[in-house]
Design a binder for this molecule. Structure first.
Ligand SMILES: [Zn+2]
Length: 210
């Protein structure tokens, strides 16, 4: 009797262990399937982003690449290359250099896109150099707008808008229309400060000589 009971418990035990295993396997399988589905979805999205980039729709591609960069926990090397190249076309040269360099670091010289990555990298670096030269040229330029013009001892200047007449004449087919000059407000002159604002395009009409 005892032997039979022992065998019975043994069988029940085995059955429950194998049930638990099946359950665990199912969960693992489901998890794997889910991961594979995610992977497929991301891969479809990546194809779409690459297609936009190839078609020259760089902004649209950029938006889609950024969605992918947020979604991926670890970024596929193809995406690293394409995002770098697309950034070049948008004029984001530093960003382009950063990602293309990353691709070359990842794949060395033997990657699928190693050669074009090096070519695009050279172009992006040339653009950054150009920008730097342009910036230093701009910095060296002396522009009149950075200076106030001295209006002389009176501190006043004849209003250049109405030439001191205080009216602005608009020629019409039948008759001319006359309008009070909105800059000098019937004075015909501007204070030096207002004059300098006018030269910089910062003088609001109707605010002068209140
Ligand atoms: Zn005026």
């Amino acid at each position: 009797m005892r032997t039979i009971l022992l065998i019975w418990f043994g069988v029940v035990g085995l059955v429950s262990v194998s049930l638990a295993q099946t359950q665990e396997e199912k969960i693992r399988e489901y998890e794997l399937q889910r991961q594979a589905a995610d992977q497929r979805k991301l891969s479809v999205q990546m194809d779409s982003a690459i297609l936009f980039s190839e078609r020259g729709e760089y902004k649209r591609a950029d938006d889609e690449f950024k969605v992918l960069l947020r979604a991926y926990k670890s970024i596929p090397s193809d995406l690293v290359y394409y995002f770098g190249r697309n950034s070049y076309h948008l004029g984001n040269y530093r960003q382009s250099i950063d990602w293309l360099n990353k691709y070359i670091q990842l794949k060395g010289t033997t990657g699928q896109f190693s050669e074009p990555a090096v070519e695009w990298l050279k172009l992006a670096e040339a653009e950054v150099l150009k920008q730097r030269q342009k910036q230093s040229q701009d910095a060296a330029q002396v522009l009149s707008q950075d200076y106030d013009i001295d209006c002389g001892p009176t501190g006043k200047v004849t209003c250049p808008v109405c030439k001191g007449s205080t009216v602005i004449i608009k020629k019409g087919y039948i008759e001319d229309t006359y309008r009070t000059c909105p800059y000098c407000n019937k004075h015909g002159y501007l204070e030096c400060e207002q004059y300098n604002l006018l030269l910089r395009g910062e003088l609001q009409p109707g605010r002068a000589n209140p």
